[in-house]
Design a protein around this ligand. Sequence first.
Ligand code: HEM
Length: 328
Amino acid sequence: MPAFQFRKLVLSAAVMAVWPLAAQTAPAQPNDFIDVFAKLSGEHKGLRKNHSKGVCAVGDFTASKAATAYFDADLFSGETLPVIYRFSLPGGNPLAPDYAGVPRGFAAQFSLKNGTKHNIATLNVPVFAAKDPETFLGLLQASVPGADGKPDMAKLTAFKAAHPDTKPLEQWLASHQPPFSYATAEYFGIHTFYLNSKQGEKTKIRWHLQPHDGVKGLTEAEIAEKKPDFLHQRLAERLQQGAVSFDWIISFGEPEDAVNDPSVQWPAQRKTLNAGMLRLTASGDNSCDNINFDPNVLSRGFSASDDPVLRMRSPAYAISFGKRLSGQ
Ligand code: HEM
């Protein structure tokens, strides 16, 4: 066989071998998420393309003495810092029902004395829906309703079976009730971050926010009532009795703990440090409307891991932010 024909044969064999793989693993693009949120929930101009339904709150944060002593981070200076918060439900539907068995969101933007900002955007579940953006996108796409208004359950089940990293969140949601109030949920950072210690170490951490009001879910009877809107009002009523507070609990990772996979929870026995208290004093204004709670906006001392889901969040949030600010 002439050399050029042989090369052509080898090349086509290589292309054929790689093609199905390439089609399956095409990297997810930030815009793909904006498109699929619209397919799932419709277009809602001027609103967040995900977590559309939500409520703002204001308050402050004071780091604990332990955090100030241990970490070399501006956020943990020990001064009381103003914070703008937002609680939310996931999805692009601004009328999402408050009893739904889906995660709840809690975001905060801290304003530091030196003018810098620090954001967190958490969920009341300890794991994410998928290990990477491609699986999360595939899961969302498989959930898009067909002409009959319902997702193709066979397709969705097959997708989940082929992607076991979708299971931990599904199992967690099946074994926990949705929260009674935004103030009675524990919220998790989910991703791994790094924090500088005073000893000059880059410490591998995860964290969660523990409510002073305790963790309390809706009862089966309350879920069956199907009241669509009670979370905003319940928060406002609770705040009339005084501040709502959360402790910021930092867990220290062991070498074997997952760094870049947010679908895997760390073992519960990890060493922890109470890094301080987030306090909410009022809710219901519009202070959070024009904030992009991008979780990669971190103050000095913190740094992000290479978790691909965490990395995807910045560009997706930026597109959503740009669209909603320009009335799209
Ligand atoms: C690839 C994965 C993800 C994508 C594409 C995505 C996408 C988005 C988008 C487009 C928004 C609206 C942003 C805005 O308009 O300001 C949003 C909001 C939000 N997301 Fe994500 N997200 C992802 C993963 C996560 C994870 C892992 C968490 C929790 C650890 C999370 C928690 C939140 C919260 C709490 C909000 C509401 C923030 C607010 O109140 O403004 N998201 N997400």
